[in-house]
Design a protein around this ligand. Structure first.
Ligand code: ATP
Ligand code: MG
Length: 141
Protein backbone atom coordinates (compact mmCIF):
# COMPACT_ATOMS: atom_id res chain seq x y z
CA UNK A 1 0.00 0.00 0.00
CA UNK A 2 1.23 3.48 -0.84
CA UNK A 3 1.69 6.22 1.70
CA UNK A 4 0.40 9.18 -0.32
CA UNK A 5 -2.99 10.35 -1.40
CA UNK A 6 -4.49 13.32 -3.17
CA UNK A 7 -7.30 15.31 -1.54
CA UNK A 8 -9.26 18.45 -2.28
CA UNK A 9 -11.35 20.79 -0.18
CA UNK A 10 -14.07 21.57 -2.72
CA UNK A 11 -15.70 24.95 -3.50
CA UNK A 12 -18.77 24.37 -1.28
CA UNK A 13 -16.56 23.85 1.76
CA UNK A 14 -14.20 26.76 1.06
CA UNK A 15 -17.23 29.02 0.41
CA UNK A 16 -18.92 27.92 3.63
CA UNK A 17 -15.84 28.71 5.75
CA UNK A 18 -14.89 25.11 6.50
CA UNK A 19 -11.32 25.07 5.15
CA UNK A 20 -9.62 25.48 8.52
CA UNK A 21 -11.81 22.95 10.30
CA UNK A 22 -11.28 20.35 7.56
CA UNK A 23 -7.50 20.92 7.58
CA UNK A 24 -7.47 20.54 11.36
CA UNK A 25 -9.44 17.27 11.15
CA UNK A 26 -7.02 16.06 8.46
CA UNK A 27 -3.95 16.71 10.61
CA UNK A 28 -5.62 15.34 13.78
CA UNK A 29 -6.39 12.14 11.80
CA UNK A 30 -2.64 11.65 11.34
CA UNK A 31 -2.10 12.91 7.81
CA UNK A 32 1.01 14.95 7.03
CA UNK A 33 0.55 17.72 4.50
CA UNK A 34 3.25 17.43 1.81
CA UNK A 35 1.69 20.00 -0.50
CA UNK A 36 -1.16 22.52 -0.27
CA UNK A 37 -2.36 25.27 -2.53
CA UNK A 38 -5.45 27.31 -3.16
CA UNK A 39 -6.56 27.24 -6.77
CA UNK A 40 -9.55 28.09 -8.87
CA UNK A 41 -9.90 25.38 -11.53
CA UNK A 42 -10.83 26.40 -15.02
CA UNK A 43 -13.73 24.49 -16.58
CA UNK A 44 -11.18 22.84 -18.91
CA UNK A 45 -9.02 21.74 -15.96
CA UNK A 46 -12.08 20.31 -14.20
CA UNK A 47 -13.02 18.41 -17.37
CA UNK A 48 -9.48 17.04 -17.62
CA UNK A 49 -9.25 16.11 -13.96
CA UNK A 50 -12.61 14.30 -14.01
CA UNK A 51 -12.22 12.86 -17.55
CA UNK A 52 -13.07 9.35 -16.28
CA UNK A 53 -16.60 10.62 -15.53
CA UNK A 54 -17.14 12.33 -18.92
CA UNK A 55 -19.94 9.96 -19.98
CA UNK A 56 -21.79 10.26 -16.66
CA UNK A 57 -25.00 12.32 -16.47
CA UNK A 58 -23.58 14.51 -13.69
CA UNK A 59 -20.37 15.47 -15.59
CA UNK A 60 -21.59 18.95 -16.57
CA UNK A 61 -22.87 19.69 -13.06
CA UNK A 62 -19.65 18.37 -11.51
CA UNK A 63 -17.24 20.33 -13.70
CA UNK A 64 -19.30 23.54 -13.44
CA UNK A 65 -19.34 23.21 -9.65
CA UNK A 66 -15.63 22.39 -9.41
CA UNK A 67 -14.77 25.49 -11.44
CA UNK A 68 -17.17 27.73 -9.47
CA UNK A 69 -14.79 28.91 -6.75
CA UNK A 70 -11.78 28.18 -4.59
CA UNK A 71 -10.48 24.65 -4.12
CA UNK A 72 -7.61 23.68 -1.83
CA UNK A 73 -5.56 20.87 -3.37
CA UNK A 74 -3.61 18.70 -0.95
CA UNK A 75 -0.96 16.00 -1.20
CA UNK A 76 -1.21 13.94 1.99
CA UNK A 77 1.02 11.34 3.59
CA UNK A 78 0.04 8.54 5.95
CA UNK A 79 0.45 4.78 6.03
CA UNK A 80 -2.10 3.25 3.62
CA UNK A 81 -3.10 6.82 2.75
CA UNK A 82 -5.71 6.20 0.03
CA UNK A 83 -7.91 3.92 2.14
CA UNK A 84 -7.28 5.89 5.34
CA UNK A 85 -8.35 9.17 3.70
CA UNK A 86 -11.50 7.65 2.16
CA UNK A 87 -12.40 6.36 5.62
CA UNK A 88 -11.81 9.82 7.11
CA UNK A 89 -14.04 11.56 4.53
CA UNK A 90 -16.91 9.02 4.45
CA UNK A 91 -19.35 8.01 1.70
CA UNK A 92 -19.76 10.07 -1.49
CA UNK A 93 -23.34 10.87 -0.53
CA UNK A 94 -23.28 12.68 2.84
CA UNK A 95 -26.66 11.15 3.69
CA UNK A 96 -24.86 7.80 3.77
CA UNK A 97 -21.65 9.00 5.44
CA UNK A 98 -20.77 7.60 8.88
CA UNK A 99 -20.81 9.74 12.01
CA UNK A 100 -17.54 11.54 12.57
CA UNK A 101 -16.56 11.68 8.90
CA UNK A 102 -15.75 14.94 7.14
CA UNK A 103 -18.58 14.57 4.62
CA UNK A 104 -21.10 13.81 7.38
CA UNK A 105 -20.16 17.05 9.10
CA UNK A 106 -19.41 19.43 6.21
CA UNK A 107 -20.94 18.21 2.92
CA UNK A 108 -24.12 19.78 1.62
CA UNK A 109 -25.27 17.24 -0.98
CA UNK A 110 -24.14 14.39 -3.23
CA UNK A 111 -22.84 16.87 -5.80
CA UNK A 112 -21.37 19.36 -3.31
CA UNK A 113 -19.71 16.99 -0.92
CA UNK A 114 -16.95 19.12 0.62
CA UNK A 115 -13.92 16.96 -0.14
CA UNK A 116 -12.32 14.66 -2.68
CA UNK A 117 -10.18 11.60 -2.19
CA UNK A 118 -8.22 9.61 -4.76
CA UNK A 119 -9.54 6.07 -5.21
CA UNK A 120 -6.28 4.14 -5.79
CA UNK A 121 -2.52 4.52 -5.37
CA UNK A 122 -2.17 4.87 -9.13
CA UNK A 123 -4.77 7.64 -9.35
CA UNK A 124 -3.35 9.35 -6.25
CA UNK A 125 0.00 9.70 -8.03
CA UNK A 126 -1.63 10.87 -11.26
CA UNK A 127 -3.78 13.40 -9.39
CA UNK A 128 -0.88 14.73 -7.30
CA UNK A 129 1.04 15.18 -10.56
CA UNK A 130 -1.93 17.05 -12.06
CA UNK A 131 -1.64 19.87 -9.51
CA UNK A 132 1.88 19.74 -8.01
CA UNK A 133 5.42 19.73 -9.34
CA UNK A 134 7.93 17.52 -7.52
CA UNK A 135 9.58 20.48 -5.79
CA UNK A 136 6.22 21.58 -4.34
CA UNK A 137 6.00 18.39 -2.26
CA UNK A 138 7.85 19.02 0.96
CA UNK A 139 8.58 16.60 3.77
CA UNK A 140 8.82 18.08 7.27
CA UNK A 141 11.67 15.80 8.38
P1 ATP B 1 -14.47 12.05 -5.16
O1 ATP B 1 -13.89 11.47 -6.44
O2 ATP B 1 -14.92 13.50 -5.32
O3 ATP B 1 -13.65 11.84 -3.94
P2 ATP B 1 -16.07 9.74 -4.95
O4 ATP B 1 -14.87 8.99 -5.40
O5 ATP B 1 -16.67 9.37 -3.62
O6 ATP B 1 -15.81 11.29 -4.88
P3 ATP B 1 -17.03 9.55 -7.66
O7 ATP B 1 -17.88 8.43 -8.10
O8 ATP B 1 -15.59 9.57 -8.05
O9 ATP B 1 -17.19 9.69 -6.08
O10 ATP B 1 -17.72 10.89 -8.15
C1 ATP B 1 -16.96 12.09 -8.25
C2 ATP B 1 -17.79 13.24 -7.74
O11 ATP B 1 -18.86 13.45 -8.63
C3 ATP B 1 -18.46 13.02 -6.38
O12 ATP B 1 -17.64 13.36 -5.30
C4 ATP B 1 -19.63 13.96 -6.46
O13 ATP B 1 -19.22 15.29 -6.14
C5 ATP B 1 -20.01 13.90 -7.92
N1 ATP B 1 -21.10 12.96 -8.14
C6 ATP B 1 -21.05 11.62 -8.10
N2 ATP B 1 -22.24 11.07 -8.36
C7 ATP B 1 -23.09 12.12 -8.55
C8 ATP B 1 -24.46 12.22 -8.88
N3 ATP B 1 -25.23 11.14 -9.03
N4 ATP B 1 -24.97 13.47 -9.01
C9 ATP B 1 -24.22 14.57 -8.85
N5 ATP B 1 -22.89 14.53 -8.56
C10 ATP B 1 -22.34 13.33 -8.41
MG1 MG C 1 -13.77 9.49 -7.13
Amino acid sequence: MGNRTFAMIKPDATRNGHTGKILDRTIQAGFKVLGAKLIRMTKAQAEGFYAVHRERPFFEELTTFMSSGQTMVLALEKENAVAAWRETIGATNPAEADEGTIRKDFATSLGENAVHGADSDENANIEIGFWFTGSELISNQ
